[in-house]
Design a protein around this ligand. Structure first.
Ligand SMILES: N=c1c2ncn([C@@H]3O[C@H](COP(=O)(O)OP(=O)(O)OP(=O)(O)O)[C@@H](O)[C@H]3O)c2ncn1[C@@H]1O[C@H](COP(=O)(O)O)[C@@H](O)[C@H]1O
Length: 108
């Protein structure tokens, strides 16, 4: 089965930004602007929640939709995948500190 990486999904969204194509859904979103993209993120997030309550097939489908729209949002805002990876990397090995900050430690 063909697979797509997050990196290539981001790259496609980046290319659409610099080289728009008429029939592109990605370009439709850029043309509509940030509020439209944010609305889609909200919708797709809700659909992930509903999918998770239903079947794993639905969860997978809706998660793919959400990841696509997140990549479009990052490109629209000029945030790179490396920015996200650096943020995630900075959290490695700092679990207890993060838990303390967010105050969600499981009660013993
Ligand atoms: N991964 C995706 C992807 N996931 C979801 N979608 C689109 O996201 C939309 C979500 O569906 P909805 O029913 O929520 O939205 P809609 O009713 O079609 O439209 P609106 O609500 O936004 O008005 C659908 O039109 C899907 O086609 C995607 N569109 C594109 N990609 C990737 O982006 C690449 C470039 O696509 P284009 O920009 O369209 O050429 C493609 O080759 C794909 O790899």
């Amino acid at each position: 089965m063909a697979q797509q990486t997050i990196e290539s999904l981001y790259e496609q969204a980046l290319v659409r930004k610099s080289q728009p194509e008429e029939s592109s859904y990605t370009n439709y979103l850029y043309t509509k602007g940030l509020d439209k993209i944010l609305k889609k993120i909200g919708e797709e997030s809700t659909e992930v929640i509903l999918g998770a309550k239903n079947t794993n097939d639905e969860l997978i489908y809706e998660t793919a939709d959400l990841l696509f729209h997140l990549m479009v949002l990052l490109v629209e805002k000029g945030v790179s995948l490396d920015d996200i990876k650096n943020e995630l990397g900075s959290r490695e090995g700092q679990k207890s500190r993060l838990h303390e900050r967010q105050n969600w430690r499981v009660e013993e």
